[in-house]
Design a protein. Structure first.
Length: 329
């Protein structure tokens, strides 16, 4: 498995001697990311993920992040049909949590993963739609669930019929900021969420420093000549710049039928610099040191959060108008 590291973060472009002496210097956060492909043989799949987690831990990663629907073949290249939730798993007793907990215990660091979660109730509400949730989790070496965040935005396009498998996460506490890694403020949205500027802004307003987007994205079945990889990367990096956040984006690679996933997992900083990136078509481990103080440095120079005009943003919270998909005057 390919290993790519950035042991020293690039210089903070907006830190001055005056401001640096006024701040309490924070330790660097070393993060690991595993890019993998799905294997029909479950033992091969787990072995590849185990190898990646072990490599990241051996290189000193304090946490490791894995792609969307970590142990599953991507299901949504076809519509879900009746009762698609039969493929879902229980959060705390299913194979994904058990795998993440075992790996976290073995390597002594928290492990992040993603699963198709079976749950027919949420905040007292019952569902009979046959769907489940697309859920990101972070598990401690002790086996304790440190964080859980459900995917909010659900794609509906050809080859990505996720609305026939997943219901969107709840509107109650939709953007939880977790402090599960000491004083690090972490957000765990998922894949399609990464395209929405409102998501990164909401997390940034909540103080998030690092956003992790477990992802499964690749080719477009109806437009096979259209490579969305550059657009995908640019929008995530741009959202990080606009909100002063590090972006950690683990994707899968390989062909799973109608879709060829294009890998290209990466980690970027608040200045929009790509710290480390995987290839499109190879399993890889990425390890990078994050200088978390750079968030404050950047937002002190470009104070996006404090110069906003929320009094002008009323249209953003109007109900979705499906009759005007391109907007209206």
């Amino acid at each position: 498995m390919l290993t790519i590291t950035t042991p020293t973060p690039p210089e903070p472009l907006t830190r001055t001697p005056l401001t640096s002496t006024q701040k309490t210097q924070r330790s660097l956060l070393r993060v690991g990311l595993v890019q993998h492909r799905w294997h029909e043989d479950e033992q091969e799949l787990r072995a590849e993920l185990d190898e990646g987690i072990a490599t990241a831990a051996r290189l000193g990663a304090q946490v490791v992040f894995l792609p969307e629907l970590t142990l599953s073949r991507y299901p949504a290249f076809v519509e879900g049909g009746a009762n698609p939730g039969r493929q879902a798993e229980d959060l705390l007793t299913g194979p994904t949590f058990i795998f993440a907990a075992k790996a976290a215990a073995e390597h002594g660091i928290p492990v992040h993963a993603s699963l198709y979660e079976r749950d027919d109730r949420e905040n007292g509400e019952s569902y009979d739609d046959g769907l489940g949730f697309n859920t990101a989790i972070l598990v401690a070496p002790s086996g304790r669930l440190l964080a859980r965040t459900r995917k909010l935005h659900i794609p509906v396009t050809a080859g990505y019929y996720e609305d026939t498998y997943f219901r969107g996460g709840p509107a109650a506490d939709p953007y939880p900021v977790h402090t599960a890694l000491g004083d690090v403020k972490l957000g765990l949205p998922t894949c399609w969420d990464e395209w929405f500027p409102e998501v990164a802004r909401a997390y940034s307003l909540g103080g998030a420093e690092v956003l992790v987007y477990p992802t499964a994205i690749g080719s477009e079945p109806d437009f096979p000549k259209f490579d969305t990889q550059p657009l995908w990367q640019q929008v995530i990096v741009g959202n990080g710049i606009a909100n002063g956040t590090f972006m950690v984006v683990p994707n899968r690679h390989g062909n799973e039928g109608l879709i060829t996933f294009y890998g290209s997992s990466f980690i970027s900083d608040p200045y929009g610099r790509i710290l480390v990136q995987a290839p499109r078509d190879e399993s890889a481990v990425l390890v990078a040191d994050l200088d978390l103080q750079q968030r404050e440095d950047w937002l002190a120079l470009f104070p996006f959060l404090t110069t906003r005009r929320p009094d002008t943003y009323g249209r953003l919270i109007e109900p979705v108008d499906h009759a005007s998909p391109l907007g209206k005057a």
